[in-house]
Design a protein around this ligand. Sequence first.
Ligand code: FRU
Length: 553
Amino acid sequence: MRSMPHRFSLRIAPLLIAGLSGAHIAAASCAPPPEDGTPQWRPALHYTPQRNWMNDPNGLVYENGRYHLFYQYNPLGNDWGNMSWGHATSTDLVHWREQPVAMHASATEEIFSGSIVADTRNTSGLGAPGKTPLVALYTSAYKDGSGHAPGTQAQSLAYSLDHGATWQPYAHNPVLTLDPESKQFRDPKVSWYAPGGYWLMTTVVADAHVVKLYRSGDLIHWTFLSDFTLPGVPHDGALWEMPDLVPLPLDGDARRIKWVMIVNVNPWSIAGGSGSMYFVGDFDGRTFTPDRVAPAGSDPAQFRWVDHGADFYAAGTFSGAPSVRPVAIAWMSNWDYAAKAPTTPWRGAMTLPRELALTTIGDEPWLIVTPAAAFDAWASAGRPATRLDDLSVRSTLTELPAATRGIVQRITLSLAPQGASRAGLVVRRSANGAIGTKIVYDTATRTLMLDRSQSGEANFSSAFSKQHIVNLPLEHGRLKLEIIVDRGSIEVFANGGRVALTDLIFPPRDADRIAVFSEGGSATFGELTVTRLADSGDDNHVCASRQAPPGGR
Ligand code: FRU
């Protein structure tokens, strides 16, 4: 490690410092009590429940000025089980407030994943005068005594007339079941199909690798439309879960709508274990037809992935979000090792909300994934930022100035690897350099790698994969990076969202340094800006995720 050359100039805009006080006030007004367990890994920017196990985001819906994030939750412990729907709300997609559990597992039924729509036209007839029903379609996972064979999965309905605070199960559940009943029929995602004037549902038969599509006029009676599957693709043992079919304008042109089918697959992901793949194609109101399907025998690298890191699963989009682009959230973990993640008293976090767009690159449409504009706006509004002048590094590693130290931050830069064979950054780096998470560009292979092999605690599971690599050509010789660092995660967005990589990490709290490096030649780090998004004492997330009365944020 070398100390900072003097040519670095460091500017901290006074205006931005002034803006910081707002963040302090917000955090102090609901400062959490000191936390037991592993507060060093409690995210400041990502939703976690105060206590206990969480997996998939469920029922993502915007209604009456609030975003709702329901989720697979065990109210009774820090392991998967007693699956219920936890609930959190937000007005800005940044600060989340934990609400009481929305739907509880019972002795005869667990509440698996599903979705929610606001039935503004009261097509279901479940509304009341002046009250729009929120309608949840979810999977009933039946147990002994339910009247169904234990393990049976079927789609059920519940509704809320008080903006999601309390839920009534529909009297004649389930509303959709397979014949014969199946133990793998789950994860209904419902949306309004405007061209046809009906509700559309995607579900899966998980072990058969099939997405099943249905339509309904009233959210209660469902008619089969079609199956989407990939015959001959060799990923035996993998499950297809949490499908979502999303219309997107190609290159922002509303007259060229393409449909993106997101299928979460476990295992067989590009980064190992569970991950989110997608297909771009057309939907005619009945059948989804992908433009291109990798030939039988292809490996995961021949498929498209929403995220190339290890910790992005069960992704789904918000219904009714006011943004122009759809907003997605995923569970920031991986079934390969989620059960062993070393956090307590909670286990499981959500990714940042991300916006989806479709852009032609080469001659094909690709999904573009960027942090939600609401997050960007919050991160940019009055946060203290350190900007460095262009920095040239020749076959060495250089630690950035002390003003860039932090553990909850956004790092943006434009990296020109030039003559270097490899160049990149180390974040969450310890003083002696033994710990750090690397973001590395390799000019020979034209790949970007997120390397967490030295990121801290990593021995809790042999399946905790270490390096995640994606093909990514430079653009005009440069790689643009936006890196969101939190206490227990790294999210990398490259070349304007052309590629995203999300990984959990478990570093010590004092690993708070950033270094840049090049190997085999010089590289230039331009426009390097480090924005502090929370102070070490802040915990706007814990604060926001405490139980709050309904009607709170
Ligand atoms: C995906 C998943 C879903 C299921 C839920 C159960 O992670 O397996 O298919 O509904 O989790 O918690």
